[in-house]
Design a protein around this ligand. Structure first.
Ligand SMILES: Nc1ncnc2c1ncn2[C@@H]1O[C@H](COP(=O)(O)OP(=O)(O)OP(=O)(O)O)[C@@H](O)[C@H]1O
Ligand SMILES: NCC(=O)N[C@@H]1O[C@H](COP(=O)([O-])[O-])[C@@H](O)[C@H]1O
Ligand SMILES: [Mg+2]
Length: 389
């Protein structure tokens, strides 16, 4: 049955989701705050407006009367999604999940205080004086993040009290929305970190993908690989925590549940996205029988997912712009990437490049018993050949 899907956020993750939906005959209206966003290029219709503006959001909902609303970013007037649910619209995965995960305080209180998941020690601060007191309790180094931000915006690691003033300014400048409060987290010297893609279904059990290992810089992802090596005990702990928190948040869809792994402290819950995860773009390499976008699409539409199988080893590496574009961005290096075996280049088609903006990704694959480090190095080397100008 064809459903009308309103996609709130139209970046690279949304683009792949739209393609998955259209292959199932769905009708998608892609929204974002700027025109020609990646998902708009493949959607049936598009709307450009500020999704933090509740009136504008509800006007678009009234205009299109969607069956399903799929948030793709966090910068949305998410409280309005409760009203949408009351109107009978399916919100993905649920208005509750979207509201909790867009605010680090809400999700941390649910995860740590209510559900008892192991997290880094933390405090909150609304003023610089509160920040000094909080950092004093947590100790150094610590990580400071705005309560509302993503992709590492406003996040910094603080090694000593002397760095706190800068971290406060940086967090305030990088915060989204109107909440001027930060979380101060104990710095976890983890051995590795993973995203556990978790699928909750309307009619079926919760399913897990093989863990995805990833490397972040400045709070933003640079490379990912699947499957990540992890002991059966740690995997079980991560799955149990993912099960608990997704159940508490309710709804159907894919989730990216992030964990730190430490030989000393075990599995530590970090945060989760109630939507496809950027590190999960590695599944575009055909690592699984169903990519994270296909899984999200099926879960959202209530279609069966008989099983998730790991077919290949995969790696992804991001293409970041080193320049500010003047006019439509152009690219070089495609030939070198395409000359490599078992490799795909995915340019997202963002209409503007900014320094540090993710413009594309390279994914590579090999057999499941291949040398993972070699595959990751190959992928990173290929991604570094692509230049934006
Ligand atoms: N307490 C911590 N200790 C050590 N490293 C941390 C801590 N918190 C965050 N990091 C590092 O920063 C990265 C980004 O943090 P986090 O996921 O909280 O930010 P985000 O802005 O929500 O990012 P995204 O939206 O891309 O998931 C983590 O993946 C990890 O590498
Ligand atoms: N970590 C969250 C994430 O990766 N989100 C992805 O990035 C886009 C925004 O990119 P932009 O900032 O370049 O417009 C979002 O629309 C989403 O696809
Ligand atoms: Mg994260």
């Amino acid at each position: 049955m064809t459903k009308k899907i309103l996609l709130l956020g139209s970046g690279e993750l949304g683009k792949e989701f739209v393609i998955a939906c259209q292959r199932k005959g769905q009708y998608v209206i892609a929204c974002d705050s700027y025109a020609h966003a990646p998902a708009m290029q493949v959607a049936d219709e598009c709307e450009v407006f500020h999704m933090l503006d509740g009136d504008a959001l509800m006007a678009v909902v009234e205009k299109h009367k969607p069956d399903i609303i799929v948030p793709e970013i966090e910068a949305i007037r998410t409280e309005k999604l409760y009203d949408c649910e009351k109107m009978g619209i399916q919100v993905v995965p649920s208005a509750r999940a979207v509201n909790f995960t867009m605010n680090r305080k809400e999700i941390r209180e649910l995860a740590h205080t209510e559900l008892g998941l192991k997290t880094a020690d933390y405090r909150y601060a609304k003023t610089f004086d509160e920040l000094k007191a909080a950092a004093d309790v947590i100790g150094f180094p610590c990580i400071i993040k705005p309560l509302m931000s993503s992709s590492g915006h406003g996040q910094s690691k603080v090694d000593s009290p002397a760095d706190l003033a800068h971290a406060w300014e940086y967090a305030c400048a990088g915060a989204r929305g109107d909440v001027k409060e930060v979380i101060v987290e104990q710095f976890i010297p983890f051995d590795s970190e993973i995203t556990l893609l978790t699928v909750t279904q309307q009619n079926g059990p919760t399913l897990f993908c093989q863990p995805i290992g990833h490397v972040q810089k400045g709070g933003d992802y640079r490379e990912s690989f699947q499957p990540a090596a992890i002991s059966p005990e740690m995997l079980k702990d991560a799955q149990d925590m993912a099960e608990k928190i997704t159940r508490a948040l309710t709804g159907a869809g894919i989730w990216g549940v992030e964990f730190f792994l430490s030989h000393k402290d075990g599995v530590i819950f970090s945060e989760l996205s109630p939507r496809p995860h950027d590190t999960g773009m590695v599944t575009l390499a055909g690592t699984q029988n169903l990519s994270e976008f296909e899984l999200h699409c099926r879960a959202v539409l209530g279609l069966p997912i008989p099983e998730i199988t790991q077919e290949r080893m995969g790696a992804s590496a991001v293409i970041l712009s080193e320049v500010e574009s003047h006019g439509a961005p152009k690219y070089s290096g495609e030939e070198e990437v395409c000359a490599a075996t078992n490799t795909y280049l995915r340019i997202f088609g963002k209409p503007e490049a900014h320094i540090g903006r993710r413009m594309g990704v390279v994914v590579c694959w090999d057999k499941l018993d291949a040398d993972q480090e070699a595959l990751r190095n190959k992928c990173k080397a290929l991604a570094s050949k692509v230049k934006v100008y």
